[in-house]
Design a binder for this molecule. Sequence first.
Ligand code: ADP
Ligand code: ZN
Length: 711
Amino acid sequence: MQTTINPQTILKKYFGFDQFRPLQEEIIAGVVNQKDSLVLMPTGGGKSVCFQLPAIMLPHLTLVISPLIALMKDQVEALKANGIQADFLNSTMDENDQEILIQNVRNGEVKLLYLSPEKLLTLIPFIKSNIKISLIAIDEAHCISQWGHDFRPEYTKLGLLKETWPEIPIIALTATADKITRKDIVKQLSLEDPKIYVASFDRPNLSLSVRFGIKKKKKLEEIAAFIHAKKDESGIIYCLSRKSTEEMAEEMKGFGISAEFYHAGMTANERNKVQDNFINDRTKVICATIAFGMGIDKSNVRFVIHNNLPKNMEGYYQEIGRAGRDGLPSDALLYYSIGDVVMLRNFIEDSGQKELNHEKLNRMQQYAETPICRRIILLAYFGETLEHACNNCDVCKQPRKTFDGTLLAQKALSALARTNEKIGVNVLIDILRGSHRKEIIENGYNTIKTFGAGKEYSFHDWQKYILQMLNLGLIEIAYDENFNLKITSFGKELLFENKKIALVHSDDLEKFEAKKKRELNLDDTKDLEAELFDYLRGIRRGLAEKENVPAYVIFSDATLQDLSKNKPVQLSDLLKIGGMGEYKIKKYGNTFIKEIKQWLKQNDVKTPKVDTYSETFKLLQEGYGIEEISQTRQMHETTIYSHIAHLYTKNQLENLDAYINDAEYKLVKAAVKETGEKKQLTPLHTYLNEEIPFHVIRLCLAKLNKEEEEN
Ligand code: ADP
Ligand code: ZN
């Protein structure tokens, strides 16, 4: 009976929607006509309707396999609320409830039955002999593939389904699957000549940007400012660890932002509360681990901020996909530092599938560092080609100069085609550059037509161009085949049809990268410099007031700038500062050194340790006299003399002729001989009728010691 009602009517009747979303109608028609299908649709795209609606139309039970037990209940509730008979079976149910449910299912009172894969596997024999089914839906189907980002071993046994029910159509659904995962899903589920539906993953309303290498304090300020600018709008900040979600929430509160944290370490109750506050706009910002967002359907999330680099593109796409589901302009802002990469690489080292995960992180990093439109890369990753730059990402807003890279790309593509796509990046480059490496010759690659066709570019240049080709979606990496490169359909178009592509020149790229680095470094040091400058200006003002002179009389701005830039921490460093004459060093040197040191300490800037002896040494070398050194360093002259004695003992000063004369030395030498005293100065001083100053005695002793040592 039910099959006679048309899908459009059911959509309205049971789901309350007037129109199908793109692809839904086609998918439903295929499923109802017993076709196996694989549905790739971004989160929020409307996958559920694709199997729920056929379930209503088809005569028998639809099994829905989902790994998200927590969500099953909600989905079943939602279906029931729409008047659709649905239920779920999980391992936490007691036997009695299970019995009742199975009875209901057998009586045909349930149209959709949700189960976890584990549960399904134990029930297959029972279902097979007791219950008629019409359709099997597998949600989150990427979990079956180890090439995906959320591999679940229990999914791999789902291949049994086709064996058990060869006649029953299967619909597999996922929000994230690159081409290899796609292929793997089809293979592992033994889907029969499946229809594959790929909804566009493009979310043009999401603006994409990446900020690199920003210091923590500044990053927090930036994030807070960004959020403040989003008046009355809410969003998510994703953090790597539980602890960092808590810290981030605390920081945001410190900026007067309504924020809460969310992670898996909280009780279900706590989490529900946080989630509820967010959904109902009582909390503006949730600082969460990636566990947050799975189950929530809040369409007006206006921004998603990543506090760190995500570990792969799949995850990143899913997370930013939580913003702007209502189609209104929203922001995806990613902060990324080298530290993130180091940490993620460490995690990977401790994980299974190292090679794959490193490769996935590489792709993520390439996205973050790209000189070409980010949306092009994001979509290319999911096998979609966007032919024009998007104008809604930070790269597009500051475009790079490009050249017609068609010929160059064609050379590489042709070499791939002629080696039957059985080579990786390095071999490809060697072929293009005409290398006579053993592997090239042994495989006969030196005989193909494109051998040496790209000699004019260095290995390094080629790496950059191939990366761009990858990012543009002309080629892809086969993780499942030794990471060999494959030509995509877009690549084929470029090779055989009249397509053109633009590439960023390798040199420009390098310049751009260098410039970016420089800017970043400069930016950072500039900030520090500016802050120190302000600080020193305050010190100068204080001195000027005290002396009742204009500030510039003390030091010019240029001198302050020079100080801020060089950040001297010892007097001898001041000698290099413009505008620092001997007089001024003597008068202000110490004050400024002290202030700079203190400021550096407060700002966590490491300072080199000052060696008091070499400090004296440097000043001596600059021609400073003892008195001057003593004044500038604000140390006793005796101390300076003891420095000199030390420097002499350590052979840094060749002789002490400038400080003692021969007569003095002879006297002291005789006194030592007479008194037997070699260390104490006072007895010698007394013995010599207090005629020889202490410091001279000290220096003479140093000389004496050395002479004795040498003999
Ligand atoms: P997915 O499983 O792909 O993440 P859902 O199936 O949960 O997405 O659908 C996302 C949202 O879109 C839900 O709120 C759903 O009710 C709504 N939706 C689905 N199909 C339609 C449609 N044809 N018209 C309007 N809203 C729809
Ligand atoms: Zn763009």
